[in-house]
Unconditional design. Structure first.
Lengths: 472, 203
């Protein structure tokens, strides 16, 4: 291949980057145009305040979709929020959206839910877009072939005022997952296995594109789960090339192109996948068949192993930093080396979050929970990612399966993923959680989090400890 | 934003890797609608005992590190959530400089928006700095952004790389938005083209 021809082969990331470049001059960071701006109540108030103080306006209110999710209660929704500071944050959000003419799905709105669950439900993100949100799990929308990444509050203000962001171009990493997943292994297990393999800083400076037969096989929900956790591997964003599944998912949704525009949009979307022969800066390969259902044992998402494994000993790490991190994690988690994962008893189970709060997640969990009962001493809560997920699950009778099995069936919200709304672990309590982070104190001060898939969480609820669902 | 000036300050040592934003500012403090006052909650769960008293074991509670403006920390500092409350808390507590081998992307960006200079050094350099602080707690380093130099009494000084755009903004204390809006005509022009290319986004 000639050098010129070679240079013309582009990755999907490069195509999206090039088509969104507004200004690229020496001595300044390139300015990238932003198509969609997603918002929630926690990372936006100071941005609105900044805008107000500087006398600036929201440049394109139609590019914004806002929800309330982090602080909202998941029960007794009709009562006023008990926490006065959370209440003020919720009220501030409503006021800011009203003042600026923004589309807000507030707590009482039938479209309400976790931002990264709600946005796809309404077809608000399409392939080829640049999407931002003051939330690191914005990476979720890479499942549609959109360049979607989390930003800070200053950047939220910047995007509101200018519809652009100064950005440094990332490197590209291709993660190839070929082969077939074993029974009950899921997108969540792929995500955890990748983080375990490359580490939480493995993707720093990169945009990851997930490719391979196992990725193509994933549903849109599964792809969202996988891209959601790109940030847990440190990446700026995760991407999956759009295909028929993507188009089928989008067609007919509220903000998806329709009528004369559908074919035009489709033609554009089909031009997005990385060119054959495009060069990535790094490549990582996994075999799906090797991925056992994963369970995190430590306080970082990279501290993870298969359910058939054991809690590692600090000495098993040759790297001094990793050895120390293992020692600290085991002390915090109250675990001893070489304990079988399946011997770890749990107190709490949480199914939900922007990682695993979609209908498919509740279907698979209900399949496992059906006819079982939550083990003595265990509390299990199922928190749908949105009202639409909740409604769909109820139509399918899933809520009944959970409540019959002794679970609580809640209203939508971020809930115990980050425990801002009062749903939390107490000191020393141990959870099986379908969320994305097992940091110290993430689910409550002194709480101990094990990250798992929905099926694994449901099985653990019934047994009171982790079980290898492949053997059920 | 305050312009970043050359300074000589105490360097505090945090010899831990993967310090995440949930630790820097735990979620119970994210409900405020203001930007200020987060410093009192910095590293809350590590810094305070259950009864609210100072945890004497926590490194930043050492009297020798009181008033430190420089934080020397382990790999992958600031991983996790995008919360800008993390750099707000760090700056409000009094730090204006962090030295580590690596940072999480979003956190790194957020630092520069808040007048915090995040310096990257290699592992060997970091080890030297950590050893110097450990041997002489309360030691003061000089940080000179203009000349991209850090000097230490133990002779472990070094020069560092920084993006010229970020450097300029820190030194001038300039607002990013104002800079971008100088290009407002280009943005408008882009939008016109965008409407033609992707009419369904504007329908």
């Amino acid at each position: 291949m000639h050098a010129l021809e070679y240079a013309m082969k582009k990755t999907m990331y490069e195509k999206i980057w090039d088509s969104h470049l507004v200004v690229d001059v020496a001595g300044q960071a390139p300015l990238l145009y932003v198509d969609r701006h997603l918002m929630h109540e926690v990372t936006s108030p100071q941005a609105f305040e900044g805008l107000r103080l500087s006398g600036r306006k929201v440049r394109n209110p139609h590019s914004i979709l806002a929800t309330m999710d982090h602080c909202v209660p998941t029960k007794n929704r009709d009562l006023p929020i008990a926490d006065p500071i959370a209440k003020k944050q919720i009220e501030t959000m409503a006021e800011n959206c009203r003042e600026n003419g923004l589309n807000l799905y507030d707590m009482k709105n039938p479209n309400n839910g976790v931002i990264h669950v709600v946005v796809p439900e309404h077809g608000f993100v399409h392939p080829g877009m640049v999407v931002v949100c003051g939330d690191s799990h914005t990476a979720t929308h890479g499942a549609f072939g959109a360049l979607a990444f989390g930003i800070g509050t200053s950047e939220v203000e910047h995007v509101m005022a200018t519809q652009t962001l100064p950005q440094k171009k990332s490197k590209t990493m291709q993660i190839i997952v070929n082969g077939e997943l074993s029974k009950y292994a899921s997108a969540k297990d792929i995500a955890l296995a990748i983080t375990g393999k490359i580490g939480t800083a493995g993707g720093t400076g990169y945009v990851i594109e997930y490719t391979g037969s196992a990725i193509r096989e994933l549903s849109m929900e599964g792809r969202m789960t996988l891209c959601n956790m790109a940030i847990e591997a440190g990446a700026r964003a995760g991407l999956i090339a759009p295909d028929e599944k993507t188009y089928d998912y989008l067609k007919g949704r509220e903000f998806a192109p329709s009528g004369q525009y559908w074919e035009q949009a489709l033609a554009y979307w089909k031009s997005l996948p990385s060119d054959e022969g495009a060069v990535f800066d790094a490549t990582v390969t996994l075999d799906a068949a090797d991925i056992a259902p994963q369970v995190s044992w430590g306080t970082s998402p990279e501290q993870v192993t298969g359910v058939d494994g054991v809690v590692p000993a600090p000495e098993s790490f040759s790297d001094e930093i990793k050895r120390q991190a293992c020692e600290n994690a085991l002390a915090y988690m109250g675990l001893t080396p070489n304990t079988k994962i399946t011997d770890i008893a749990i107190d709490y189970v949480f199914i939900g979050s922007c990682t695993n709060g979609r209908i498919e997640d509740f279907r698979i969990a209900a399949e496992v929970a059906k006819g079982t009962h939550v083990a003595p001493g265990v509390t299990a809560i199922a928190v749908p990612g949105s009202y639409h997920v909740k409604q769909q699950a109820e139509q399918e009778g899933l809520d009944k399966i959970f409540t019959d099995a002794g679970w609580e069936w809640r209203e939508p919200g971020c809930s115990m993923c980050l425990a801002m709304n009062g749903d939390e672990l107490t000191k020393g309590q141990r959870s099986a959680s379908t969320s994305n982070r097992n940091f110290e104190g993430r689910q409550g001060k002194g709480g101990r989090t094990h990250l798992v898939s929905p099926a694994m969480a449901a099985a653990a609820a019934a047994a009171g400890h982790f079980v290898d669902i492949r053997n059920l | 934003m305050e312009p970043y000036k050359k300074h000589e300050s105490i360097a505090a040592l945090m010899n831990r890797s993967n310090v995440d934003t949930d630790q820097i500012i735990p979620k119970q403090f994210l409900k405020k609608v203001e930007r200020s006052g987060f410093g009192q909650h910095l590293f809350h769960d590590w810094r305070f005992n259950d009864d609210g008293s100072d945890n004497a074991e926590f490194e930043l509670n050492k009297p020798a590190f009181k008033g430190a403006k420089i934080l020397v920390a382990g790999d992958n500092f600031g991983c996790g959530s995008s919360r800008e409350h993390a750099p707000w808390a760090i700056a409000d507590y009094g730090f204006n400089t962090i030295i580590s081998t690596s940072y999480a992307d979003i956190f790194y960006n957020n630092c520069f928006k808040n007048g915090i200079l995040a310096i990257k050094v290699d592992k060997e350099q970091l080890d030297k700095l950590m050893a110097e602080i450990a041997a002489n707690e309360g030691v003061r380093f000089v940080v000179d952004l203009e000349n991209q130099q850090v000097t230490t009494p133990g002779g472990n000084g070094f020069s560092f790389e920084i993006d010229p755009f970020r450097k300029g903004n820190l030194l001038s204390g300039l607002d990013d938005i104002g800079l971008t809006l100088k290009h407002v005509d280009k943005i408008t022009e882009y939008e016109q083209q965008h409407k033609q290319n992707f009419p369904w986004l504007w329908a």
